[in-house]
Design a protein around this ligand. Structure first.
Ligand code: LM2
Ligand code: CA
Length: 495
């Protein structure tokens, strides 16, 4: 449950709100060849179709399940199966975002659902599963509103409603059985694991009972006895009743402090020199238990954790620098975010457009990304994973896998550099002046292509070249005028 079950690489990408058919093609055309381990996909099961005044088909409707039928805006069950098979065939794994803490919020009778199921949220009746009022926690929640009111009280956080969402009782055999059936069906199709949504809001013991009862992975694609990869979404920035440490016995746990602290450092609220022991040294969970990322679909739009410190595609220079640091740094299992664009509308420190769903046509069908000559995306898709500086660092992480960090250097403020064994070297300049230093790269003598300013193309380099001497040292230059404040060379970028 800690092993992503991938032999293709060390990095997964969240293709947020992508269609199944587009993901299948992306596995074949880009992710497989580029060494991505797998894809986190949006929730695949039926949910409420939200039309609420101006808020039409928000992305967050997918976090309000109505049944476990595999019918969504991303495609139907056949499209889902086809995606899983095609991605597995090119070595790219699929990880499902599993929304199992709750069902929908309160909606008027007759509200539509993506698979056509009826439901009565007031009566807590979901015939598509079926669930009825017995299966929900109401009797176990003792707040006046029935909602979570105080995050200092673990009982409330787990037994009351999260923002009005009908809260399932995972303590019962029946509910456990329905969730197990849903997850086992996905396993039988060949998925490699799950992101467990809202894990903080479920009892770790209930989750363990469910995970322990899951089938082994499908042996058409995985070795016999392989267990599903589990990463539990727990937001723990400290100071609450519930901590991520309660979940490490079940699988990996999202480490939200990681992206927040990196955001603070790159935005200048802290100095990069302190990153020399980033990870456990900063009070984060053990690296073997952690799932890390710069931003996710929630905190890139002000939901969830980290506030305005989080770096996103909108501050692209810092974003690429922080992502390069993450992918070069030996801590945790890494996830790259892949977003779509929306216009923000700030009022009183709130983006009133934070609900906007993926690019769509007049009937709210999701539009596929288009691809430009340089490989970047169009049609409203940002595709951070197709930015050269990011996908080249995915290769860096794969190449450096299995080595430690060594030969840390810093200038006493925001210029840093380090090696990964004799496999890779990274330097970052986030100061207001040029970096011009001769540094230890730990690489064998030779000329290397900097995979940030360009790419290795046959025997030549489209960006800066770095000459490493017999002593492993090289002259490194990153001026403040450059597009990216990073330089990266590795064993595979030798010319
Ligand atoms: C998560 N992790 O624990 C997801 O990452 C996050 O995206 C989900 O919230 C949340 N948990 C529940 O699965 C999102 C979104 C919320 C949205 C919910 C449910 O951030 O804003 O809540 O999905 O769709 C929305 C409305 C809220 C309303 C609620 C119920 O924003 O005002 O509450 O629906 O109808 C009355
Ligand atoms: Ca709960």
């Amino acid at each position: 449950q800690w092993d992503p079950n991938s032999s293709n690489g060390q990095v997964i990408v969240h293709l947020f709100e992508w269609k199944w058919s587009d993901i299948a093609a992306e596995c074949e055309n880009f992710l497989g060849p580029r060494g991505f381990a797998g894809v986190q996909v949006s929730p695949p099961n039926e949910y409420v179709e939200v039309y609420q005044g101006d808020v039409k088909r928000p992305w967050w409707e997918r976090y309000q399940p109505v049944s476990y039928k595999l019918v969504t805006r991303s495609g139907d069950e056949n499209a889902f199966k086809d995606m899983v098979t095609r991605c597995n065939n090119v070595g790219v794994r699929i990880y499902v975002d599993a929304v199992i803490n709750h069902m929908s919020g309160g909606w008027p009778m007759g509200t539509g659902a993506s698979g056509g199921s009826s439901f009565d949220s007031g009566a807590e009746s979901y015939p598509g599963v079926p669930y009825s009022a017995f299966d929900f926690n109401d009797g176990n929640c003792h707040t006046g509103s029935g909602n979570i009111e105080n995050y200092g009280d673990a009982n409330q956080v787990r037994n009351c409603k999260l923002v009005g969402l009908n809260d399932l009782n995972q303590g019962t055999d029946y509910v456990r059985g329905k969730i197990r059936e849903f997850m086992n069906k996905l396993i039988s199709y060949g998925v490699a694991g799950f992101r467990i949504d809202a894990s903080k809001h479920m009892w770790p013991g209930d989750m363990k009972a469910i995970f322990d009862s899951l089938d082994n992975l499908n042996t058409d694609f995985f070795k016999a006895g392989a267990r599903p990869f589990i990463f539990q979404e727990v937001i723990d920035l400290g100071g609450e009743a519930i901590s991520s440490g309660e979940y490490v016995g079940n699988g990996r746990v999202t480490e939200f402090r990681y992206g927040k602290y990196l955001g603070e450092a790159f935005r200048g609220n802290n100095q990069l020199k302190y990153l020399n022991n980033f990870g456990e040294g900063w009070g984060m969970i053990d690296r073997h238990d952690a799932l890390v990322f710069i931003d996710n679909h929630d905190n890139q739009r002000g939901h969830g954790a980290g506030g305005d410190m989080i770096l996103t595609f909108r501050v692209s220079k810092w974003y690429k620098m922080a992502t390069a640091y993450m992918l070069a740094w030996p801590y945790g299992y890494t996830r790259v975010m892949s977003s779509y664009y929306w216009d923000q509308w700030w009022e009183n420190g709130q983006d009133k457009n934070d609900w906007i769903g993926p690019p769509h046509d007049g009937s709210f069908n999701i539009i596929s990304p288009s691809f430009n000559a340089d490989g970047s995306c169009g049609n409203g898709w940002i595709c951070e994973h197709r930015w050269r500086q990011i996908y080249n660092m995915v290769e860096f992480r794969n190449v450096a896998h299995g080595t430690d960090m060594n030969d840390w250097w810093d200038n006493g403020s925001n210029q840093i550099a380090f090696c990964r064994g004799n496999k890779g070297f990274l330097a970052i300049n986030n100061d207001g002046w040029d970096l011009k230093e001769t540094l230890q790269t730990c690489l064998p003598a030779g000329t290397y292509c900097d995979v940030i300013s360009g790419s290795k193309n046959g025997g030549s380099c489209t960006g800066k070249s770095v000459t490493v001497g017999g002593d492993g040292k090289a002259y490194i230059e990153i001026t403040t005028m450059e597009d990216d404040g990073v330089l990266a060379i590795h064993a595979n970028s030798k010319l």
